[in-house]
Ligand binder design. Sequence first.
Ligand SMILES: C[S@@+](CC[C@H](N)C(=O)[O-])C[C@H]1O[C@@H](n2cnc3c(N)ncnc32)[C@H](O)[C@@H]1O
Length: 212
Amino acid sequence: MPNALRDDVYRRPLVTALERLGVGPGWRCVDVGAGGGDVSVALAEIVGVSGRVYAVDSDPRSRDETAAAAAAHSQVLAITQAGEDLLLPELVNLAFCRFLLMHVVEPSVVLGRMRRAVKPGGFLVAQEPITSAGRVGGKAMSMPDAPHPDVGALLPALARETGLEILDAWAEAPAGAGPGPVSEYLRSLTGVDPGDDPVVLPPLVTVIGRAG
Ligand SMILES: C[S@@+](CC[C@H](N)C(=O)[O-])C[C@H]1O[C@@H](n2cnc3c(N)ncnc32)[C@H](O)[C@@H]1O
């Protein structure tokens, strides 16, 4: 697995999911809500030059950031498009999203578009948090600005309702105390410095589904 994934605080569920699917050279993938393109670049390293990664985000700044991050990977195509309108030039082997559905108005609409972007027999992987299950110094976290901060708790049902066959679903959360990647991640995400307080980041629910 590429270093970009190993460096990520939420790396384990991502690596587990990608290894489970056997993502490899030549795969066509879409990363919806790609943000800065970290996952898109990591996918590009796996699928190689014979593959393709569509990095889709509704914010035009993401296209520039992803294009810069993926400058060495011509197989990454950064597109400004809302997940609600997802339309690609070809069907893909894998549709992926992480920390996206919590921010959209209607998660099931975006999941449905992602499902329709996948070839028959292809896969959809969604990773979304249960924010209120995170803890800082024993107290519950919250993210009041996101429309669906706990959408992870509904994710298996949402995926099933879109017609996906659920191959696996689980939740896991990075935890730590004192200086280190977990407290740094919390600080960058929320501006909160936990000091030496124990931190359990929001559990990330991963769902792996197969399109029929
Ligand atoms: C928290 S970031 C996640 C970035 C990346 N997926 C990750 O895991 O690091 C959420 C991203 O989703 C994008 N986004 C929000 N609503 C969207 C929508 N309706 N369609 C596509 N992208 C959207 C935002 O612009 C932002 O880049």
